[in-house]
Design a binder for this molecule. Structure first.
Ligand SMILES: [Zn+2]
Ligand SMILES: [Zn+2]
Length: 102
């Protein structure tokens, strides 16, 4: 099950479960759309993969046992372990290769 992480790993912006601007990589690394577009250029600094919009988990339990109330968002804030200059170098080396070819 997808872990709905509470913040952007780069700028620490809050990304609640209903945020329309949350982006995730295949490992669920989570960033805001602005960082993905303006800083990361669709390169995850943890794995080198690309991003997609994070789906919004429904608040309403329309099926028994399924919904945000039953599977709540994570509250564990995550932060990158790389510094910004290192990330910039990493992104620069990867960004011109399309995700399917990385
Ligand atoms: Zn951000
Ligand atoms: Zn990643």
């Amino acid at each position: 099950m997808l872990e709905l992480r509470p913040n952007c790993e780069y700028c620490d912006k809050d990304l609640p479960p209903d945020a329309g601007d949350a982006r995730i990589c295949s490992y669920e690394c989570t960033f805001c759309a602005e960082c993905v577009e303006r800083v990361l250029f669709n390169v995850c600094p943890n794995c080198g993969g690309g991003f997609v919009p994070r789906p919004i988990r429904p608040k309403t339990e329309r099926r028994p046992g399924v919904g945000l109330g039953k599977q709540p968002a994570s509250t564990e804030r995550r932060h990158l372990k790389y510094d910004r200059p290192e990330i910039a170098e990493f992104v620069k080396a990867v960004r011109d290769t399309p995700p399917a070819e990385r």
